[in-house]
Ligand binder design. Structure first.
Ligand SMILES: Nc1ncnc2c1ncn2[C@@H]1O[C@H](COP(=O)(O)OP(=O)(O)OP(=O)(O)O)[C@@H](O)[C@H]1O
Length: 243
């Protein structure tokens, strides 16, 4: 379970995340949708405990991340898949991460297989494509069998097989009772993957609804997204034609 209460984060004068509250529940794939610069990554970083919010709080399985003794077992995180030491081999990277929390080496082999990286495990990550880096990031996120996951744009760079692979993986993880929160710009893909949709614009939460609710009110997730971002953001800006 991921609980976000009145989360606000400012970078100097810029309010990147503005008083958002929501829950991502176990057994559910929750999709975070919003335009560039809406605040998705900042919110995910705050959930992962990588930045301290200006206001509000975030709990993962009942506690802030910094209070968990075995963080990799609580929350798997994929943020910037490219931010790895380029000279390290994929298996070395995963082994080093596993060693920080006493995760056995056989789990490293398991996640390498699960991510389809078997043939690339001994290659240096500096030579990886974006899709391979994403697969490695997902392998790392799964290392500790976490009960919750936050994945920032995990579909970016994946080939068609990879897109199907991650769709099925996220479904399976949710069906196992895990909490899955991912961001994506790919609305058609989110419509196939997510059970619940959070729409964020200019740091604010514009919608928190099940996919079924959104599709009952609109022809597609894309229509729902466009309607929400146009009318709510116009309203927030005091636009006279806003609903
Ligand atoms: N480290 C930082 N320092 C200053 N401003 C930042 C920093 N990180 C993000 N921002 C700003 O905060 C706002 C929200 O950025 P964020 O990356 O969270 O959005 P996003 O929804 O993830 O966007 P995208 O879809 O483009 O990845 C943007 O205006 C961005 O420029």
């Amino acid at each position: 379970m991921i609980e976000v209460r009145h989360l606000t984060h400012q970078f100097g004068r810029l309010t990147a995340v503005d008083d958002i509250s929501f829950r991502a529940e176990p057994g559910t794939v929750t999709g975070f949708l919003g335009p560039n610069g809406a605040g998705k990554t900042t919110a995910l970083r705050a959930i992962a405990g990588l930045i301290r919010p200006t206001a509000g709080e975030v709990r993962v399985n009942g506690r802030p991340m910094r209070e968990h003794r075995m963080p990799l077992a609580e929350l798997g995180v994929l943020l910037d898949a490219r931010q790895l030491h380029p000279g390290r081999r994929a298996d070395q990277h995963l082994r080093a991460l596993a060693a920080t929390q006493g995760i056995p080496r056989r789990r490293v082999d398991e996640v390498i297989e699960l991510a389809g990286l078997g043939s690339a495990a001994h290659r240096r990550v500096g030579g990886f494509s974006l899709g391979m880096s994403q697969r490695l990031g997902i392998a790392a996120a799964l290392l500790g069998h976490p009960s919750a996951l936050v994945l920032d744009e995990p579909i970016n760079g994946l080939d068609p097989d990879g897109v199907i692979w991650i769709r099925e993986l996220l479904r399976r993880l949710a069906d196992e009772g895990r909490t899955v929160l991912l961001s994506s710009h790919l609305m058609a893909e989110l419509a196939l993957t997510a059970d619940r949709i959070l729409v964020i614009g200019q740091g604010r939460l514009l919608a928190d609804a099940s996919l079924a609710e959104l599709l009952a009110a609109h022809d597609s997730l894309e229509d729902a997204y466009l309607a929400l971002t146009r009318t709510r953001l116009a309203f927030a800006a005091g636009h006279p034609n806003a609903e």
